[in-house]
Design a protein around this ligand. Structure first.
Ligand code: UD1
Length: 417
């Protein structure tokens, strides 16, 4: 895998555009199977996970091509209802294809997504909801076969507001007879984007963004053109880079209401923000102030995906900060790597205590997962000397040409194969 070489200590200054949201585009790409027609998706970042989704779409029989940041998906000739294990392995979130394939073909077969870098990632909520929709599920030899001869609407209460389960239900229920109601649904902006995309194809969904979503099944879908929302975690990562290096950065294509929880915490750190439409100017703190306690929560709470980039910033705060990770149990893998750079962090179960240090120093570190890898880049930009971040393929899953954008902002970073 490739690595980043970063010479730290240069303040980031200038303007950068935030690309379309990975977590919005992945379910939308899965959903393109549903309409059996043409889909034009604008602001679709060229990410590793997007490429994995395209590989699945092509395997299913869809025709896909890209022009710049626009992706054209024609699903009219899709014939396959099975995703082979190899393609499932490349991306855990491929489980989201299940709902779309079931809806289109009445049947779907995939391998079970096993554990991943964030710890076990169960799909029990997805499967329980599918059963409520009349879908029969058979699991054997690591494969799940879903058969929907009797697909019907249902009232589904999610025990936890799972993002993926909410999306899968929206997809599977879009063609189910009657009106499906999801209560305790996830409220993430990406769910709203999926609703907008699906309604653009002829679906009848209301309520996304609240805890109750209603999906009235329809029989006919049509062609659609859709622009993906800006990536709130990429925006957060740039803000972290700006804060830790003490340079003023202007972000364009930001939906600031989507990152209110992050902005609120960063204001406590001493950051100032000027927001004008989709442009956000960040004035970094002169001294980074610590935060008593940040708890990751489902939206609109502080996002788990922003935990590691913000933790990198807090390693240089003037005092002690605490993170409580409530969403994924194994999301502290970057801590050991940050410690190699001189950070002082103690982890106890789901809690990390970060005692701010005077300086970080360059070291050879490993990106263990997507956001943890991004945190190491953030830290490397401020560390004295050279930081070598290995395995940046993880980072490429969620950031489009990150090193190019950071270089434009004045960072000394290069990729080495
Ligand atoms: C999505 C995001 C991911 C983000 C996460 C939480 C995508 C592609 N990924 O992941 O970046 O970190 O939301 O905001 O959008 N759970 C179960 N059973 C299930 C499903 C989930 O126990 O059937 C648990 C998970 O183990 C986890 C929690 O629920 O502890 C949240 O998972 P979920 O909201 O489903 O996250 P993802 O959709 O996988």
């Amino acid at each position: 895998m490739a690595r980043f070489l970063i010479d730290g200590g240069y303040p980031l200054e200038g303007e950068v555009r935030v690309h379309g949201a990975k977590n919005a585009v992945l379910p939308i790409l899965a959903a393109t199977v549903l309409n059996g027609g043409r889909n034009v998706i604008h602001d679709c970042p060229d990410l590793k996970d997007v490429q994995s989704s395209i590989a699945i779409l092509e395997f299913l029989g869809c025709n896909v091509h890209r022009e710049g940041s626009t992706l054209f998906v024609d699903s009219s000739r899709a014939i396959n209802e099975e995703i082979p294990e190899q393609l499932m392995r490349e991306m855990r979130s491929s489980v989201i294809f299940l709902g779309a394939i079931i809806s289109r073909f009445g049947k779907a077969v995939t391998s079970t997504p096993g554990g991943c870098e964030l710890g076990p990632r169960p799909i029990d909520l997805h499967l329980k909801a599918f059963r409520q929709l009349g879908i029969e599920i058979a699991e054997s030899h690591g494969y799940i076969t879903c058969t929907a001869d009797n697909l019907h609407a249902a009232s589904i209460h999610l025990d936890f507001p799972s993002v993926g389960a909410t999306e899968n239900i929206m997809l599977a229920a879009s063609r189910a007879k009657g009106t499906t109601v999801i209560t305790n649904a996830a409220k993430e902006p990406e769910i709203v984007d999926l609703q907008n995309y699906l309604n653009g194809t002829g679906a009848k969904i209301i309520g996304a963004g609240t805890s109750e979503i209603q999906i009235e099944g329809v029989g006919e879908f049509h062609d659609v053109e859709h622009t993906v929302i800006p990536d709130r975690i990429v925006a957060t990562t740039y803000l972290a880079c700006s804060a830790i290096t003490g340079g003023m950065v202007q972000l364009t294509n930001v939906e600031s209401s989507h990152i209110e929880a992050v902005l609120s915490i960063m204001r406590e750190c001493g950051s100032k923000f000027y927001i004008n439409g989709s442009t956000l100017i960040h004035i970094p703190p002169k001294k980074i102030l610590p935060i008593d306690c940040i708890r990751t929560q489902p939206y609109p709470g502080f996002p788990t995906d922003a935990q590691s980039p913000l933790m990198a910033v807090l390693t240089l705060a003037r005092g002690t900060s605490i993170f409580v990770e409530n969403i994924f149990e194994s999301r502290f893998k970057h801590v050991v790597e940050l410690a190699r750079m001189g950070a002082d962090i103690t982890v106890d179960g789901r809690m990390a205590v970060i005692r701010g240090v005077e300086r970080l120093s360059g070291a050879k570190v490993n990106a263990m997962d997507l956001r943890g890898g991004a945190a190491l880049v953030v830290a490397g930009l401020a560390a004295e000397g050279r930081t070598e971040v290995d395995d940046v393929g993880h980072v490429d899953r969620g950031y489009e040409r990150l090193e190019n954008h950071l270089t434009k902002l004045g960072a000394k970073i290069k990729r080495e194969q």
